[in-house]
Design a protein. Sequence first.
Length: 181
Amino acid sequence: MTVPVIATARLDLVPVSLEDAAFVQAEFPHWEIVEFMNARVPWPYPADGALVFLRDVLLPQIARGEACAWTIRLRDSGTPIGQINLRIGTDEHRGFWIARAFQRCGYVTEAVAAVTDHYFEILGQPELRVSKAVQNTASRAVSRRQGMRLVATDERDYVSGRHPTEIWALTREEWRARKPS
């Protein structure tokens, strides 16, 4: 599967590469970002954590057709500000993070809409599911704005410990009925 560049009004979503490791290593390992990440994320984050993850986990998943992943970049400057990914063939389909300096600017909502459209319209997937800690109010708000439905609750392990979790879903038909023209 080829991961395309996706352009939005303010962003370019550029396929992830090893060259992104320095950016990820500098911006990802902050408690406000990793607190509600899956417990598989090592904490404290190792000095080579970004390189190892990209090289040994994410890029091989992309090569096998199991994932798509992008570095979120500001269109006007090319500055990297976060990452977003899609997973195929799992129960958890989308994940993202945004550097602290760029949070609460609407960039995640913009990137999420673009990759959701890619997931349904290009990859042809029938349903998108995501889980999030109940305490992760910002991420839950993104799901609500996208029109996702709360379909289940659970408990899951995060970097910050075990938390009540919500599972949100959106079908291709629901997306098509809501998506911007």
